[in-house]
Design a protein around this ligand. Structure first.
Ligand code: NAD
Length: 416
């Protein structure tokens, strides 16, 4: 039988496993398996050639028992409501495991931003916020950037929201440009947060990160910062990186500055000087100490997991590993830093951004990253400790920490 790769089915299966270990009350389990609210809508956009194109948009507020829903907005041609549901569920567990006072949400638009002009993207972004302006907000739901959305798109959405409400409310959206109330240190935060968890995992294994070898799949915001910060601040030797077009390899390590310069010029990492080409499939199976999936879902499956040689898999992407692959990694003893722990750095600094917006008082990058380190290190050890105490794998342990916290808030509110 082939694997079910529907991300929401996977997110539910992961919750089911944790619920069984926790002996979660069946009524609570049923409640936590579903999003609390969903918005499905159309966004009419006047395109540059004069015709109006109708786009399909989604926002899922999965659970807001611990605080306003929080989660990014993706612009992607293959966006589906089940992907958004899964990502909103993972945001719920992520904010809980990072212990920030927020819930989980996610949004998306089916569109191909690579084929849209800047003006078309602005009208789409403003249209998205126009539809949702009544349902999001500082105390309800706080969006952020995700795949193919960026600080400029957040700025257009913020402006649309503030024009509609007639007042400044910078905390309504995070990942904003610095000039509009963004936080110092937000852009590299997801990658840096993941690197802090890799540092802790390596310590426990007695692995010296100086010159540990590493392969990174995906070279967008997260993957490229994992490369540059991993090399410069943690001493990693990154031997392979890739993007959707293919990968590059050099056994002596890749210089992040050279790769970024080549990417800026040619739009892809392939063809970078002093490198050999490598496929995305082969990159995942390289003999390296650390593998960092930083692209999309379902990359490590029942088909390739037994060929993966990395000792630590740090899931900076959301949902890169299927339950079938998880079983194989557990049998092999591979250390998994599960996605909603590993990539919680972004939402943690988004929370810092909301705090700074509320006080209108801004921190410097060093302070942001010091506080990020504290939060990530605490979250990592809470998960690792529970994995040991309950004798479960680290993904289940991350779920135990998160589900316990969310279920407690739901119970205290008297919802279930
Ligand atoms: P991005 O759009 O900046 O970059 C995505 C990268 O993945 C690009 O290099 C793209 O070419 C590559 N890619 C796409 N399809 C691929 C494929 N089939 N094979 C190999 N590479 C492929 O996105 P990002 O912000 O870097 O996010 C990457 C992952 O990290 C996503 O799973 C996202 O949900 C997750 N994440 C991002 C943040 C954040 O703060 N940006 C926070 C938490 C989680």
């Amino acid at each position: 039988m082939s694997e079910n790769l529907n991300p929401f089915a996977i997110a539910q299966a992961q919750l089911d496993e944790a619920a069984a270990v926790l002996q979660l009350d069946p009524d609570m389990h049923a409640f936590l398996r579903q999003p609390m609210r969903e918005f499905h809508f159309t966004i009419p956009v006047r395109m540059d050639d004069g015709h109006v194109q109708t786009f399909r948009g989604f926002r899922v507020q999965y659970n807001d028992a611990r605080g306003p829903a929080k989660g990014g907005i993706r612009f992607h041609p293959d966006e589906t409501i089940d992907t958004v549901r899964a990502l909103a569920a993972w945001m719920t567990w992520k904010t809980a495991v990072a212990d920030v006072p927020l819930g989980g949400g996610k949004g998306g638009v089916i569109c191909n931003p690579r084929q849209m002009s800047s003006g078309e993207l602005e009208r789409l972004s403003r249209g998205y916020m126009r539809v949702l302006a009544r349902y999001v907000g500082l105390t309800r739901d706080v969006p952020a950037p995700d795949v193919h959305t960026n600080p400029q798109i957040m700025a257009w959405m913020l402006d649309e929201y503030e024009v509609l409400h007639g007042q400044h409310e910078p905390g309504v959206i995070t990942g904003k440009p610095l000039q509009l109330g963004g936080s110092a240190g937000r852009t590299p935060a997801t990658a840096l947060g993941g690197l802090f968890t890799i540092r802790e995992a390596a310590k426990l294994q007695g692995m010296d990160l100086n010159d540990a070898t590493c392969a990174i799949q995906g070279y967008g915001n997260v993957g490229s910062f994992a490369h540059s910060l991993g090399t410069e601040q943690f001493g990693l030797k990154v031997v392979a990186v890739s993007d959707e077009f293919g990968g590059i390899y050099n056994k002596n390590g890749l210089d992040p500055k050279v790769v970024s310069k080549h990417l800026r010029r040619s739009g892809r990492v392939e063809g970078c000087p002093d490198t050999e080409p490598i496929s995305n499939e082969d990159l995942l199976e390289l003999d390296v100490d650390i593998l960092i999936p930083a692209a999309i879902e379902n990359q490590l499956t029942g088909k390739n997991a037994d060929k993966v040689k990395a000792l630590i898999i740090a899931e900076l992407a959301n949902g890169p590993t299927t339950p079938e692959a998880d079983k194989i990694f557990n049998e092999k003893g591979t250390t998994i830093i599960p996605d909603f722990l590993c990539n919680a750095g972004g939402v943690t600094v988004s929370y810092f951004e909301m705090v700074q917006n509320a006080y209108q008082y801004y921190w410097d990058e060093a302070l942001v990253h010091e506080r990020l380190d504290q939060k990530m290190t605490m979250a990592f050890h809470a998960v690792w400790k529970l994995a040991e105490v309950r004798n479960v794998d680290t993904r289940v342990a991350a779920y135990l920490v998160a589900v316990n916290r969310v279920a407690e808030a739901v119970r205290l509110r008297g919802w279930v």
